[in-house]
Ligand binder design. Structure first.
Ligand SMILES: Cc1ncc(C[n+]2csc(CCOP(=O)(O)OP(=O)(O)O)c2C)c(N)n1
Ligand SMILES: [Mg+2]
Length: 284
């Protein structure tokens, strides 16, 4: 699929909401309003924003999505309710996981998003098993470390063998907490998947690159290894370096700086209002 102006703007708007959410969550962690570990996905918005916009453009409404702990952006990009996410981070029973999932195990029954149990990579075989059983188009978002787990690799093999309509999106931030990929392995996920006879590509988190490869996904098994850049700490509110590439800044030029600034401002307001509203609700 080609990246036209309308699609670029949809992707940008989606990513802007996710970024605003993570920046506000960062502040809420610092204020002490969130009482458990929070896994911020700032810097990783463009895989879910692009894949969800592509799905919509294709008119594919029926799908199921499996995510892991760094999932706020995936949840929001695929239509998870903003207020319920805030309430979840406040540990409230009106939250998307009834206040019991925290940041790591968010879900949305309404948006068809299944949450994670915390065992890295467990959602790989679960996603494949579900897809094998009901043959629904299935998206499985995973980290570069979770995808290394033996059971995850075996699940990729089964999806390929059975020709399942599943798309694995590896959000490859090069890190497992703080351990870089080169310390953990000498191979790449796209090569493993190709070795298992699956269409697989290694890409930057650039919407143009993702859209150039994604056509045919959810008709046959596919894996996209998308290189992302985690801006904040593994968990909690902190910054390791101010020198990290930021796709959101880079993509702002594609949609026009003035228009982008307006979108960011509106997203910031939307998110701030949602936090204020739900903090008031929980204080009652
Ligand atoms: C089986 C298992 N091993 C280790 C852990 C501890 N752990 C939690 S998150 C994490 C790193 C996950 O890295 P990745 O999948 O790349 O996701 P990222 O945090 O980079 O988004 C680890 C090792 C765990 N939860 N489960
Ligand atoms: Mg990682």
């Amino acid at each position: 699929m080609k990246l036209d102006d309308a699609l670029a703007r949809t992707i940008y708007e989606r990513a802007a909401l996710c970024r605003a959410f993570e920046e506000e969550s960062f502040r809420q962690v610092q204020k002490g309003n969130i009482k458990f570990p929070v896994y911020l996905s700032a810097g990783q918005e463009y895989a879910p924003a692009t894949v969800s916009a592509w799905l919509e453009r294709r008119g594919l409404a029926e799908r199921q999505i499996f995510i892991q702990h760094r999932g706020h952006s995936t949840y929001l990009a695929f239509g998870g309710d903003l207020d319920k996410l805030v309430l979840e981070l406040l540990g409230d029973e009106r939250g998307c996981a009834f206040g019991m999932g925290g940041s790591a195990s968010i879900q949305s029954v309404e948006a068809g998003i299944y949450g994670h149990d915390g065992l890295m990579g467990s959602h790989g075989p679960i996603a494949v098993g579900m897809c094998y059983a009901n043959r629904k188009p299935t998206l499985c978002f995973t980290g570069d470390a979770a995808a290394e787990e033996d059971y995850f690799l075996a699940a990729i093999g089964w999806a390929s063998t059975k020709g399942l309509p599943i798309l694995f999106v590896v959000e490859d931030n090069n890190l497992s907490i703080l351990t870089e990929k080169k310390v953990r392995r000498n191979w790449e996920m796209d090569k493993v998947a190709r070795g298992m006879e699956m269409a697989a590509f290694d890409l930057e988190d650039d919407p143009e690159q993702i859209l150039a490869r994604i056509d045919g996904a959810l008709e046959r098994p596919m894996l996209l290894n998308v290189r992302t850049h985690r801006l904040f700490w593994h968990a909690g509110a902190g910054i390791e370096s101010t020198d990290i590439f930021d796709r959101h800044k880079a993509f702002g030029a594609r949609v026009g700086a003035d228009w982008a600034a307006g979108v960011n401002e509106r997203s910031r307001k939307t998110v701030e209002e949602a936090w204020a509203r739900n903090l008031r609700l929980c204080a009652k």
